[in-house]
Design a protein around this ligand. Structure first.
Ligand code: CMP
Length: 155
Protein backbone atom coordinates (compact mmCIF):
# COMPACT_ATOMS: atom_id res chain seq x y z
CA UNK A 1 0.00 0.00 0.00
CA UNK A 2 1.18 3.56 -0.70
CA UNK A 3 2.01 5.93 2.14
CA UNK A 4 -0.91 5.73 4.63
CA UNK A 5 -1.63 9.26 5.82
CA UNK A 6 -4.11 11.19 7.91
CA UNK A 7 -5.21 14.72 7.06
CA UNK A 8 -7.49 17.36 8.57
CA UNK A 9 -10.52 18.45 6.57
CA UNK A 10 -12.74 21.36 7.59
CA UNK A 11 -16.14 22.02 6.04
CA UNK A 12 -16.16 25.70 6.89
CA UNK A 13 -19.21 27.67 8.09
CA UNK A 14 -20.27 28.44 4.51
CA UNK A 15 -20.45 24.70 3.80
CA UNK A 16 -22.64 24.12 6.84
CA UNK A 17 -24.92 27.07 6.01
CA UNK A 18 -25.20 25.96 2.37
CA UNK A 19 -26.26 22.43 3.41
CA UNK A 20 -23.22 20.88 1.72
CA UNK A 21 -21.79 18.88 4.64
CA UNK A 22 -23.22 15.56 3.53
CA UNK A 23 -22.26 16.00 -0.12
CA UNK A 24 -18.71 16.98 0.78
CA UNK A 25 -18.18 14.08 3.20
CA UNK A 26 -19.80 11.66 0.74
CA UNK A 27 -17.20 12.55 -1.89
CA UNK A 28 -14.38 11.53 0.41
CA UNK A 29 -16.15 8.37 1.57
CA UNK A 30 -16.88 7.38 -2.02
CA UNK A 31 -13.25 7.99 -3.01
CA UNK A 32 -12.29 5.36 -0.42
CA UNK A 33 -10.90 7.51 2.37
CA UNK A 34 -11.72 6.46 5.92
CA UNK A 35 -13.28 8.81 8.48
CA UNK A 36 -11.29 8.43 11.69
CA UNK A 37 -12.51 11.63 13.40
CA UNK A 38 -15.62 13.78 12.93
CA UNK A 39 -17.32 16.60 14.85
CA UNK A 40 -19.42 19.75 14.55
CA UNK A 41 -17.71 22.62 16.34
CA UNK A 42 -18.03 26.33 16.89
CA UNK A 43 -14.43 27.50 17.18
CA UNK A 44 -13.23 30.36 19.35
CA UNK A 45 -10.86 33.03 18.07
CA UNK A 46 -7.88 31.53 19.91
CA UNK A 47 -8.17 28.20 18.07
CA UNK A 48 -8.92 29.96 14.76
CA UNK A 49 -5.86 32.21 15.12
CA UNK A 50 -3.68 29.24 15.93
CA UNK A 51 -5.03 27.24 13.00
CA UNK A 52 -4.37 30.13 10.59
CA UNK A 53 -1.15 31.34 12.29
CA UNK A 54 0.82 31.24 9.01
CA UNK A 55 -1.53 33.92 7.67
CA UNK A 56 -1.22 36.20 10.72
CA UNK A 57 0.48 39.00 8.77
CA UNK A 58 -1.83 38.80 5.75
CA UNK A 59 -4.35 41.60 5.13
CA UNK A 60 -7.21 39.08 5.08
CA UNK A 61 -6.29 37.51 8.45
CA UNK A 62 -8.93 39.25 10.59
CA UNK A 63 -11.66 38.54 8.02
CA UNK A 64 -10.57 34.93 7.85
CA UNK A 65 -10.80 34.51 11.63
CA UNK A 66 -14.15 36.36 11.68
CA UNK A 67 -15.44 34.01 9.01
CA UNK A 68 -14.24 30.72 10.49
CA UNK A 69 -15.69 31.66 13.90
CA UNK A 70 -19.01 32.92 12.46
CA UNK A 71 -20.87 29.63 12.79
CA UNK A 72 -20.48 25.91 13.29
CA UNK A 73 -18.09 24.00 11.08
CA UNK A 74 -17.37 20.33 10.58
CA UNK A 75 -13.90 19.03 11.39
CA UNK A 76 -12.87 15.63 10.11
CA UNK A 77 -9.78 13.47 9.97
CA UNK A 78 -9.52 11.38 6.83
CA UNK A 79 -7.16 8.45 6.42
CA UNK A 80 -5.89 6.69 3.34
CA UNK A 81 -2.94 6.18 1.02
CA UNK A 82 -1.64 9.65 0.03
CA UNK A 83 -4.66 11.18 1.80
CA UNK A 84 -3.06 14.63 2.06
CA UNK A 85 -2.65 15.13 -1.69
CA UNK A 86 -5.88 13.33 -2.55
CA UNK A 87 -7.96 15.60 -0.30
CA UNK A 88 -6.23 18.75 -1.54
CA UNK A 89 -6.85 17.75 -5.14
CA UNK A 90 -10.50 16.98 -4.42
CA UNK A 91 -10.92 20.35 -2.68
CA UNK A 92 -9.45 22.16 -5.71
CA UNK A 93 -7.36 25.33 -5.90
CA UNK A 94 -7.74 27.80 -3.02
CA UNK A 95 -9.05 30.44 -5.44
CA UNK A 96 -12.27 28.96 -6.83
CA UNK A 97 -11.85 30.55 -10.26
CA UNK A 98 -8.69 28.43 -10.58
CA UNK A 99 -10.32 25.27 -9.18
CA UNK A 100 -10.96 22.51 -11.70
CA UNK A 101 -14.57 21.52 -12.36
CA UNK A 102 -15.18 18.28 -10.50
CA UNK A 103 -13.37 19.56 -7.41
CA UNK A 104 -15.41 20.78 -4.45
CA UNK A 105 -14.44 24.42 -4.93
CA UNK A 106 -14.67 24.05 -8.71
CA UNK A 107 -18.23 22.79 -8.40
CA UNK A 108 -19.61 24.80 -5.47
CA UNK A 109 -17.57 27.98 -4.80
CA UNK A 110 -16.81 31.30 -6.48
CA UNK A 111 -15.03 33.37 -3.78
CA UNK A 112 -11.63 32.72 -2.12
CA UNK A 113 -12.96 33.89 1.24
CA UNK A 114 -15.93 31.50 0.96
CA UNK A 115 -14.17 28.47 -0.47
CA UNK A 116 -16.07 25.89 1.64
CA UNK A 117 -13.26 23.61 2.72
CA UNK A 118 -9.80 23.54 4.23
CA UNK A 119 -7.30 20.70 4.21
CA UNK A 120 -3.79 20.16 5.51
CA UNK A 121 -1.10 20.81 2.91
CA UNK A 122 1.81 18.63 4.11
CA UNK A 123 2.54 15.78 6.55
CA UNK A 124 3.93 18.30 9.07
CA UNK A 125 0.87 20.55 8.80
CA UNK A 126 -1.46 17.55 9.02
CA UNK A 127 0.15 16.36 12.26
CA UNK A 128 -0.04 19.84 13.80
CA UNK A 129 -3.62 20.53 12.63
CA UNK A 130 -4.98 17.14 13.71
CA UNK A 131 -3.44 17.65 17.17
CA UNK A 132 -4.94 21.14 17.33
CA UNK A 133 -8.49 20.07 16.44
CA UNK A 134 -8.77 16.58 17.93
CA UNK A 135 -7.87 14.87 21.19
CA UNK A 136 -6.15 11.52 20.71
CA UNK A 137 -9.21 9.66 22.06
CA UNK A 138 -11.45 11.31 19.45
CA UNK A 139 -9.60 9.50 16.65
CA UNK A 140 -10.88 5.96 16.17
CA UNK A 141 -8.98 3.06 14.64
CA UNK A 142 -11.30 0.47 13.12
CA UNK A 143 -11.53 -1.97 10.24
CA UNK A 144 -13.83 -1.53 7.26
CA UNK A 145 -15.08 -4.50 5.27
CA UNK A 146 -14.68 -2.52 2.02
CA UNK A 147 -10.98 -2.00 2.57
CA UNK A 148 -10.11 -5.30 0.91
CA UNK A 149 -11.63 -3.78 -2.26
CA UNK A 150 -10.21 -0.27 -1.73
CA UNK A 151 -6.68 -0.87 -0.43
CA UNK A 152 -3.89 -2.92 -1.97
CA UNK A 153 -3.12 -6.03 0.07
CA UNK A 154 -0.20 -5.75 2.46
CA UNK A 155 3.07 -7.50 1.67
P1 CMP B 1 -7.86 27.70 3.44
O1 CMP B 1 -7.49 26.51 2.66
O2 CMP B 1 -8.78 27.56 4.61
O3 CMP B 1 -6.51 28.42 3.96
C1 CMP B 1 -6.40 29.79 4.16
C2 CMP B 1 -7.63 30.51 3.78
O4 CMP B 1 -7.49 31.90 3.65
C3 CMP B 1 -8.04 30.06 2.40
O5 CMP B 1 -8.54 28.76 2.44
C4 CMP B 1 -9.04 31.12 2.02
O6 CMP B 1 -10.33 30.84 2.54
C5 CMP B 1 -8.47 32.33 2.74
N1 CMP B 1 -7.83 33.26 1.82
C6 CMP B 1 -6.72 33.07 1.12
N2 CMP B 1 -6.43 34.15 0.38
C7 CMP B 1 -7.41 35.04 0.63
C8 CMP B 1 -7.68 36.34 0.18
N3 CMP B 1 -6.88 36.95 -0.67
N4 CMP B 1 -8.78 36.96 0.67
C9 CMP B 1 -9.58 36.35 1.56
N5 CMP B 1 -9.37 35.10 2.04
C10 CMP B 1 -8.30 34.46 1.57
Amino acid sequence: MADLQRTLLLVKPDGVQRLLVGRVLTRFEERGLKLVGLKLVRVDRALAEQHYAVHREKPFFKGLVDFITSGPLVAAVLEGPNAINIVRAMNGATRPHEAAPGSIRGDFAVETSQNLVHASDSPETAAAEIALWFKAEELLAYEREVDRWVLAPEG
